[in-house]
Design a protein around this ligand. Structure first.
Ligand code: PEP
Ligand code: MN
Length: 374
């Protein structure tokens, strides 16, 4: 069960203490408080864990200071969509809004290599009105001999350049909890010129200790990749690990599944699951068109498969796009063959805008259909 308190009712309030004392009086029920701090208001939610079936929801809903209480289904307690669950899932981070009704593009470098390439990328983003990017500093690689990313040493110039070009949020993968602290220090040291959404890669989707430590911090939101060889349910439970520790500002990212049945793509593109994740949970859904397709092959119509799958994901309601770009792909240290060129950025964005309009038109059409048929 989730007990949602009235907006701005803080944990210092006497009513909060009375509510918690009341909830603690039920045997076998664990009481956990989550505070969600938004731009406009903060929200306190109390999660009741254990055998909550016998609890009297009407009595709990009527306690002074309680806005309403929701019975949750067993799965995805924090992130799931439950009956009569009217909680919004949008969150704002560093002036960028993430939700199931928004769309943000994160075009950028798979891996940071040189300050020159970072600057060229950031400049192109600014010229095209973009406020978000991706920049890999810590790279999980198949071979221990492959370039592992510049790590903490590149963070100061990446953050300074982001600030210089008006980038508000950088998606950056972390593979160890110490990386979160390194990012925090580098941001502080450079005067917080930008923000970071912590990316958990597909190889770490079930690294439960990493999930728990990233879930315990509330400074940065999280972009969680779907595991490439596990079920969707297992990956959504990984997101729930983050949320159950207290951080529910999560974007869930589809990035394709590892199977030869998807050949000739690097992974089997799974963007048909965009609406599925939006139905099962309240998380915004990201699509990674670059790591799913993995090459710059084009169809008979001349359109790159990367652009085709991006459009497919956006037409299906995707909320975020992660795309590899590089000023000189032949010099890229990681994933050059799938990188789009900077001159392709305006075209890529325009193509996305077409697909987004098609999605919005489809939503409108469906609404009209439902209204005339109920
Ligand atoms: C990446 O986005 O740079 C990456 C390594 O992706 P994934 O974890 O999906 O392989
Ligand atoms: Mn990559």
């Amino acid at each position: 069960m989730i007990v949602i308190l009235e907006p701005n009712l803080s944990t210092d309030d006497q009513r909060y203490r009375t509510i918690v004392d009341h909830l603690n009086s039920y045997p076998g029920v664990l009481v956990r408080t989550h505070e969600v701090k938004g731009q406009q208001q903060s929200l306190t939610e109390i999660y009741l864990i254990g055998d909550t079936k016998p609890l009297p929801i009407d009595t709990i809903s009527a306690l002074p200071g309680v806005e309403h209480a929701i019975r949750v289904s067993a799965e995805y307690r924090v992130l799931g969509r439950h009956t009569n669950d009217l909680r919004g899932a949008n969150f704002e981070y560093n002036c960028v809004t993430f939700g199931q009704d928004t769309l943000n593009v994160f075009a950028g470098l798979c891996a940071v290599d040189t300050p020159g390439h970072v600057e060229a990328m950031m400049r192109a983003l600014q010229e095209n009105g973009q406020h978000c990017t991706r920049m890999g500093a810590y790279k999980p690689r198949t071979s221990p001999y492959a370039f592992q990313g510049h790590g903490a040493s590149c963070l100061p110039y990446v953050f300074e350049l982001a600030g210089k070009y008006g980038i508000k949020v950088i998606a950056m993968e972390v593979t160890h909890e110490s990386h979160v602290e390194e990012i925090h220090q580098a941001l502080n040291q450079t005067g917080n010129p930008t923000g970071v959404i912590l990316q958990i890669g597909t190889r770490n989707t079930q690294n439960f200790e990493l999930l728990k430590s990233v879930g315990r911090q509330n400074e940065y939101p999280v972009l969680l990749k779907r595991g490439f060889g596990i079920t969707l349910e297992e990956s959504l439970n990984a997101a729930e690990y983050l949320a159950s520790e207290g951080n529910s500002r999560i974007v869930f990212c589809l990035r394709g599944m590892k199977t030869h049945l998807g050949d000739p793509h690097r992974n089997f593109v799974d963007f048909a699951h965009v609406p599925v994740v939006k139905r099962l949970t309240r998380m915004p859904v990201c699509i990674d068109c670059s790591h799913s397709v993995g090459t710059r092959i084009a169809s008979s119509d001349g359109i790159l498969d990367i652009s085709h799958v991006t459009a497919q994901g956006v037409v299906a309601g995707a909320n975020m796009i992660l795309a590899d770009f590089h000023p000189a792909p032949e010099k890229a240290l990681v994933d050059g063959p799938q990188a789009l060129l900077l001159k392709e950025l305006p075209y890529f964005l325009e193509d996305i805008a077409i697909a987004r309009q098609a999605y919005l038109d489809r939503v409108k059409l469906n609404k009209k259909f439902l209204e005339s048929n109920h």
